[in-house]
Design a protein around this ligand. Structure first.
Ligand code: F6P
Length: 526
């Protein structure tokens, strides 16, 4: 059990005890319910459907104290190198002005880069940035993957309804190495009016390198003008030399720093497509929302601290209640990509099985995170959630304001979101013993998050709350949330297979791998 066996003895006993108490009974305690509801920056978090009572709440806070969450939080914000395996600081909150005690130099770098970015954004949006034939930019192709893709695409989609979007260029995202992705993006584009933004923290990621090279070839084949690259390619990276080698002009390269993890980077120049979509004023509001979450996380007492509470319940659900998965259920179409974004944020951060001391853990850490959009999911996978044998937790995300002025649609949407959480908590006992097929067990923990409106402040706050939740869970599990060594193996294994698919000797491979290579070669050669 995590580092603090005595806490876990109490929590394990409580897990047995709570199994005998229904969610219906838990919800009868008004004082408990009130203590589990908190609001920040237009985001309301209702944790009352979590499977905790006042005693468990106290035990979870004891755990947080024993694991030194607040001291470690202060260390993160002050710029200590808490990413120990990479010897790096974790300072994404500097990007939104949320870490006033972080090194001054970093704050200046952020401000200077932001100044350059905002000039570029205003030029592109206003049409004063001209392509090589003196035409304004109409399409922007963002090339990047993982943390260099998921956050920007989520926010561009989520905030496309803001007025600033009316004057935005069309934004296209290319992430996958599958040529279908870039072919779809490039189809119908005019190189004279297209700008490519190559985003890669390392500037060495295979997918992004291959896609960027294809984009450059596509551009040069049509323009026959290498000088024109200067007006049509921008880069965002920590690896300024590699970006220059690719052919980017220094003034078109926007820096990133190794103290910003890729999956925490949407607030930086990585968020360029967001700025292009919604404009610099609303991008600033996104940062304001995130900064409010930073301030809250730094200062709010533990009992009201939303990221800490989110992490305590998530850790409880996973490690004590054995939930196999966390379902992110967006009851707003504009947030359809939220599960994808959170998958990387939570699973790449906390999908670990070695503790900070290098020893293997004997407890469960991050579960599978998945999700989708309500109400569609109700007609697909909710059957399993209600009557299957899997244990899971869920986050419901809803938006109160109906910007489309279609109250019937909106109230049905909310009624379903609220009702699904109710079914998961309370279940259903059929009146007749012959109707066991109608039995719904309930007792599944969920959090309901209601945004007043889907504006930049609320969205910034929501995403930063999830970031800090991830940090707290890492501390509670005693793991490093900021590295991702597990992804390296697959990358390395693909290298020889790539050569073997082209015909080099595959006899050293294991039988399954060799068979698949041979099968491909047979089809390729026929
Ligand atoms: O392979 C995983 C990963 O390193 C992620 O952590 C990262 O967000 C993504 O690849 C893209 O990396 P980069 O921004 O360096 O291209």
């Amino acid at each position: 059990m995590p580092n603090t066996p005595e806490n876990w003895v109490a929590l394990t006993a409580s897990a047995h005890r709570i199994a005998t108490i229904s969610s219906q009974q838990l919800l009868e305690d008004d004082a408990r319910n009130q203590a589990l509801r908190h609001s920040l920056a237009g985001c309301h978090f209702d944790f009352s459907r979590q499977r905790v009572d006042v005693q468990i709440l106290g035990e979870l806070h004891d755990l947080a104290r024993c694991m030194n969450v607040s001291a470690k939080r202060n260390a993160m914000f002050a710029g200590e190198k808490i990413n120990t395996s990479e010897n790096r600081e974790v300072l994404h909150s500097v990007l939104r002005g949320g870490a006033p005690n972080a090194p001054e130099l970093y704050q200046q770098d952020v401000l200077e880069t932001k100044r350059r970015l905002l000039t570029a954004v205003d030029d592109i949006r206003s049409g004063s940035w001209r392509g090589f034939t003196n035409k304004a930019i109409r399409d922007v192709v963002h090339i990047g993957i993982g943390g260099s893709h998921l956050g920007p695409e989520l926010v561009v989609n989520a905030l496309a309804h803001l007025p600033g979007s009316k004057t935005a260029p069309n934004i296209h995202f290319v992430a996958n190495i599958d040529a279908n992705d870039i072919n779809t993006a490039l189809g119908g584009l005019n190189p004279e009016t297209t700008l490519f933004v190559v985003v890669s923290k390392s500037f060495g990621t295979l997918e992004t390198q291959v896609n960027a090279a294809t984009a450059r070839s596509w551009f040069l084949e049509r323009t026959c003008n290498p000088q024109a690259i200067a007006r049509h390619f921008i880069g965002v990276t920590t690896n300024l030399e590699a970006a220059a080698r690719f052919g980017l002009e220094a003034r078109n390269i926007f820096p990133l720093w190794d103290w910003v993890g890729g999956r925490f980077s949407l607030w930086s120049a990585v968020g360029l497509p967001i700025m292009l979509q919604i404009g610099s004023t609303d991008f600033e509001q996104l940062l304001v929302g995130a900064r409010k979450a930073d301030e809250h996380f730094r200062n709010a007492p533990a009992e009201q601290n939303i990221p800490l509470l989110s992490a305590l319940f998530a850790t409880w659900n996973t490690t004590a209640l054995n939930c196999d998965s966390l379902a992110i259920l967006s009851y707003d179409q504009r947030l359809a990509l939220l599960p994808d974004f959170l998958q990387q944020l939570e699973m790449e951060s906390n999908g670990k099985s070695v503790g900070l001391n290098g020893e293997r853990l004997d407890y469960r850490t991050m579960q599978i995170l998945w999700g989708g959009c309500g109400t569609n999911g109700q007609h697909a996978y909710h059957q399993l959630l209600h009557q299957g044998t899997s244990r899971f937790a869920a986050d419901f995300i809803m938006v109160a304001t109906d910007t489309l002025e279609r109250p019937e649609h909106h109230q049905w949407l909310l009624a379903n979101g609220i009702g699904q959480g109710q079914a998961m908590a309370l279940g259903h006992q059929p009146s007749s013993p012959n109707e066991q097929h109608k039995h719904v067990s309930g007792q599944h923990p969920s959090t309901s998050i209601v945004l007043d409106d889907l504006g930049p402040v609320q969205l910034g706050c929501l995403l930063a709350i999830y970031e800090h939740k991830v940090f707290c869970q890492g501390v509670l599990w005693d793991i490093n949330s900021f590295d991702q060594w597990g992804v390296e193996l697959g990358k390395n294994l693909a290298l020889p297979i790539f050569d073997q698919l082209q015909g080099s000797d595959a006899s050293d491979q294991d039988p399954a791998t060799r068979h698949l290579i041979d099968h491909y070669r047979t089809i390729y050669e026929s």
